[in-house]
Design a protein around this ligand. Structure first.
Ligand SMILES: CCC1=C(C)/C(=C/C2=NC(=C\c3[nH]c(/C=C4\NC(=O)[C@H](C)[C@H]4CC)c(C)c3CCC(=O)O)/C(CCC(=O)O)=C2C)NC1=O
Length: 161
């Protein structure tokens, strides 16, 4: 896993140089949003189950996936779906705190699309639910932090697509 700081330092180190002004600006931007990131993570962790529940209500309930024959039908599969959304929310929050998406590649997206395809989990509906979490989260944490979280929800969505 990388974060915004190690990413900037590694790329200077590869060139054997001190941080140049572009690298320092990146760090300044990251440090400047530190309090915002921590505040957002606090609000998200306190409201995680509500965020997931509202996203499910917006994107999945009363659609084909919850009807008999749908991939969320039966409590076991419904629970697996909720658990997956909770993973996406938690890992997007980690990535937002780190300011870097690498944790998503390593711990969430690696092999996920293949698993979903082999189990018949519909990727389109999953992406709709992730996008609904993005909207619900933004309304909870406000515009600036919502935009930052949106980067990582979008990263998961495009990694699945
Ligand atoms: C932390 C990283 C991580 C991820 C991301 C993860 C995902 C993940 N989701 C799975 C299943 C599943 N995922 C879903 C999800 C859905 N079905 C729908 O129709 C909805 C659209 C959607 C929810 C948005 C369902 C229903 C299953 C069970 C499928 C089955 O067993 O038939 C499985 C197969 C094994 C299992 O059932 O536990 C994995 C590995 N596991 C992990 O360890």
């Amino acid at each position: 896993m990388q974060d915004a700081i190690t990413a900037v330092i590694n790329s200077s180190d590869v060139q054997g140089k001190y941080l140049d002004s572009a690298a320092l600006d990146k760090l300044k931007g990251y440090f400047g949003t530190g309090a915002l990131r921590v505040r957002a993570a606090t609000a998200i962790s306190a409201n995680a189950s509500t965020i997931v529940k509202e996203a499910v209500a917006k994107a999945l309930l009363y659609s084909d996936v919850t009807r008999p024959g749908g991939n969320m039908y039966t409590t076991r599969r419904y629970a697996a779906c909720i658990r997956d959304l909770d993973y996406y929310l938690r890992y997007a929050t980690y990535a937002m705190l780190a300011g870097d998406p690498s944790i998503l590649d390593e711990r969430v997206l690696n092999g996920l699309k293949e698993t979903y395809n082999s189990l018949g989990v519909p990727i389109g509906s999953t992406v709709q639910a992730i996008q609904a979490m993005k909207a619900v989260t933004a309304s909870l944490v406000g515009e600036a932090a919502g935009k930052e979280m949106g980067v990582y929800f979008d990263y998961i969505s495009s990694g699945l697509s």
